[in-house]
Design a protein around this ligand. Structure first.
Ligand code: 3HC
Length: 721
């Protein structure tokens, strides 16, 4: 007997059948790609209904649940977290109730991955088995949440409290072998989940095994000190992610019992987190990183080009970082430079970095050796003829790039991906140095290129669709988040960064100290404040850009205070002085006592009376500048979607994950507030820099948020209206 629970027009996500003896009720979850327990698709409801129907059938002696596809389940559907606890979590909770109410034993088989709500369904089943390579975990805390489907209540009833605390607080999965050892599962199997669950269910029937609910089991004795010691450890990070501490509270409650009361406590805590702006930010980041790598119009398409070998031209810091990233991904890596000495230095640098990773225990010696074996060094451009991908990482000068690209064009094989790592130059001009502009793209890495996850993929006018697909595939292969953007000065990331820095410098002139600025930003969620970033990157780089800007954009004046710092030769960390001092052994910089008197003199020279600048003002003004520039970037079509901007900031600039990105923040503030504040600030000092982008007015008129644009809605222009 076989029946299917149909949802929508044709999709079947839950199949119901019986075995050939008609004594085992089989329920198969089949909802690609990850068997998420989507309430909108009716999945938990359908499983609950199937359990109830089988339970009511006297012929059915056991119920067996398993899943089809590459793994069992990724848990609740994160895309459905709309911050409405009453509806978001209800369908899943009704499934747990159905499992608890069943008088017929329920066996559940997991394979591949059993995460979050998926594992919680298993915890509520009466017997659990797992395929030997399964990873079982409750990763909710990494989304700023806690296991809200009874996980914090059932897990400590099945495994020792210290192990339950560890699994839930860290979100780290355990292996199937560990799960068997600690009592999380009853047996392991190899091969097909359907056959295994059928065998186990038959055994249950033959051995007359009873219904065995996790909710009825006693929590084994444990040392209650674990709660306080864990809370002390969590206190340092709780302000960035509220999930783990709340999860610990739920575990504490579980120990008090009774089950029903502490389960209600867990549900309330979960519901409150769903509405928490930081949790929303983290969930936005999770889904955003998976959206921003998709190229609109090319979804589901793949390149036919191979991406197995890379040639990198330029053996400086950036070239070495790119080479390390490629070697780590197992690509044949050729590093080219004109001079032997440069290559020798590069090899020493690569070896030093690999040895450092081995020393820190992050890499085995064997793997370091294997990575190093992938590296070839050469001074001859002729050697790059076979490379699938060629990346230019030479000095940022159009003349130098021209000479390099003409040589690449002469030697590269047909179909090779030709990339420039320029951070400022026009990729259209670079593409025009070749006879194959369709194969040319910008690949903007962020330093250190082997660590930073962001890769801006810059599409020039003639870049072909397949070249974009190949670039996205290359990014994926080397573990980067590749976001496609258009050509403009600074592309998306640095263009926004310039406006954000502009406000930071203006605030310095008005009364803030570097510590005020960086302290406010870091407290709010940035990995590093703007001025510390400049000290790290090297003040001379910003100085060169400002000199260029003075000529190119005389109507957009910049604070001259950073120039004064540079004139003293204070380039930041590399010279031991910048906005901060960097004495040997002091991490993160110490106050530079000369900066404040310089600032005071500078403010007087500008006719400004220094005032107190609050942390809120620092955060608000810099953020508004970013939002406004982001809006202009969207208006010009340089970024496809607001979420692309968010993902660029989360992965390349240390924007706090719990803050979700600048455009996400704009939605949290509300467009009305954003516009009102920008209008207000644009009447103040250097107000031109915060004059609201026209698109913001149109969005407000049309009632659109940035989330709406992410969902595919478009802003109508005057002409369309
Ligand atoms: N909900 C909705 N979509 C999900 C999802 C989920 N739980 N998990 C993954 N997806 C989506 C991804 O967005 C992606 O979408 P796309 O096809 O549009 O790009 C697709 O599934 C594939 O995901 P990945 O690219 O991440 O695939 P991988 O094979 O690399 O990884 C995974 C699979 C290990 C399951 C990984 O996706 C993952 O860790 N997912 C999150 C798991 C999680 O955090 N679960 C807890 C959810 S909260 C919960 O259950 C609450 C409960 O306690 C009440």
């Amino acid at each position: 007997m076989q029946s299917a629970v149909k949802q929508g027009k044709q999709n079947v996500f839950v199949q119901k059948s019986t075995d050939k003896t008609a004594t085992i009720g089989m329920i198969c979850l089949d909802a690609p790609p990850v068997n998420a327990l989507s309430g909108d698709k009716g999945i938990p409801q359908a499983i609950a209904a199937a359990v109830q129907e089988f339970d009511a059938d006297p012929a059915i002696k056991a119920i067996a649940i398993y899943a089809a596809g590459r793994f069992y389940s990724a848990g609740a559907d994160i895309a459905e977290f709309r911050g409405n606890p009453a509806t978001d979590a209800a369908p899943l909770r009704s499934l747990f109730e159905a499992l608890d109410a069943s008088q017929t034993p329920v066996v559940l088989a997991m394979h591949g991955v059993a995460f979050g709500g998926g594992l919680e369904v298993a915890l509520a089943a009466h017997y659990r088995i797992a395929e030997a390579k399964t990873k079982l975990g409750l990763p909710e805390v990494s989304l700023g949440l806690l296991p809200g489907g009874g996980g914090t209540q059932r897990l400590p009833r099945l495994i020792a409290m210290d192990k339950a605390v560890e699994m839930i607080i860290t979100g780290r999965p355990v292996s199937a072998a560990q799960a068997l050892e600690n009592g999380l599962v009853d047996a392991l199997f190899d091969g097909d989940a359907r056959a295994a669950v059928l065998d186990f269910a038959t055994k249950i029937i033959n051995e007359n095994k009873p219904v065995r609910r996790s909710r009825d089991q006693e929590i084994a004795a444990f040392d209650p000190a674990i709660f306080d010691t864990t809370a002390t450890k969590l206190a340092k990070t709780a302000h960035r992610n509220p999930g783990p501490m709340k999860a610990l509270d739920c575990l504490r409650e579980a120990a008090q019992g009774p089950f029903e009361r502490s389960l209600t406590f867990e549900h309330r805590a979960f519901d409150a987190l769903m509405e928490h702006p930081q949790t929303k930010g983290i969930c936005h980041a999770f889904l955003g990183e998976r959206t921003a790598v998709k190229i609109p119009g090319l979804e589901g398409q793949k390149t036919s080009r191979s991406m197995d070998s890379v040639a990198i031209i330029g053996a400086g810091t950036m070239g070495v970082g790119i080479a390390l990233a490629c070697m780590k991904a197992g690509l044949q890596t050729l590093l080219l430079d004109l001079k032997d000495e440069a290559l020798e230095r590069a090899r020493a640098n690569v070896e030093r970095q690999l040895a450092g990773q081995v020393k820190k225990g992050r890499l085995s010696q064997d793997r370091a050796d294997a990575q190093l074996a992938l590296l070839t060094l050469s001074t001859s451009f002729a050697d790059m003829g076979d490379a699938d991908v060629i990346i230019e990482a030479v000095f940022e000068d159009l003349g130098v790039k021209e000479s390099v690209f003409r040589q690449i064009d002469a030697i590269a094989k047909p179909g090779a991906l030709l990339a420039s790592n320029t951070s400022t130059l026009d990729v259209n001009l670079i593409a025009a140095f070749t006879n194959r502009p369709q194969d040319v793209v910008g690949l903007h890495f962020f330093s250190p290129a082997n660590i930073m996850r962001l890769l801006e993929i810059i599409r020039a006018d003639d870049t072909s669709a397949d070249t974009l697909l190949a670039s996205a595939e290359f990014a994926r292969k080397i573990g980067k988040v590749g976001v496609v953007v258009g050509v403009c000065d600074g592309f998306v990331g640095n263009r926004i960064f310039e406006e954000y820095l502009r406000q930071a410098y203006l605030l310095l002139e008005e009364g803030a100290t570097p510590e005020d600025i960086d302290g406010a930003m870091e407290q709010w969620g940035w990995a590093m404040g703007a001025l510390k970033v400049m000290d790290l990157a090297g003040q001379d780089i910003g100085w060169a850009i400002r000199k260029r800007r003075k000529v190119e954009q005389p109507d957009r004046p910049y604070s001259t205070f950073p120039d004064q710092i540079c004139e003293l030769g204070w380039y930041g960390q590399k010279t031991g002085r910048g906005y901060y001092n960097y004495p040997e052994g002091v991490r993160g910089g110490a106050t530079n006592p000369d900066v404040l008197p310089m600032l005071q003199a500078h403010s007087i020279a500008l006719g400004l009376i220094r005032r107190t600048v609050t942390a809120e003002e620092v955060v608000e003004r810099t953020l508004l500048a970013m939002i406004n520039e982001g809006a202009k970037i969207l208006e010009e079509g340089i970024a496809y979607r607001p979420v692309d901007i968010d993902v660029i900031y989360l992965n390349g600039y240390g924007f706090g994950r719990d803050r979700g990105g600048p455009m996400f923040q704009a939605d949290l503030m509300g467009l009305k507030t954003v516009l009102a504040r920008l209008e207000e600030l644009s009447k103040g000092r250097e107000g031109w820099a915060l004059k609201p982008a026209a698109i913001l007015y149109r969005m407000q008129e049309q009632g659109l948020s940035f989330a709406d644009l992410n969902a595919g809605k478009t802003v109508q222009t005057d002409m369309q209206e």
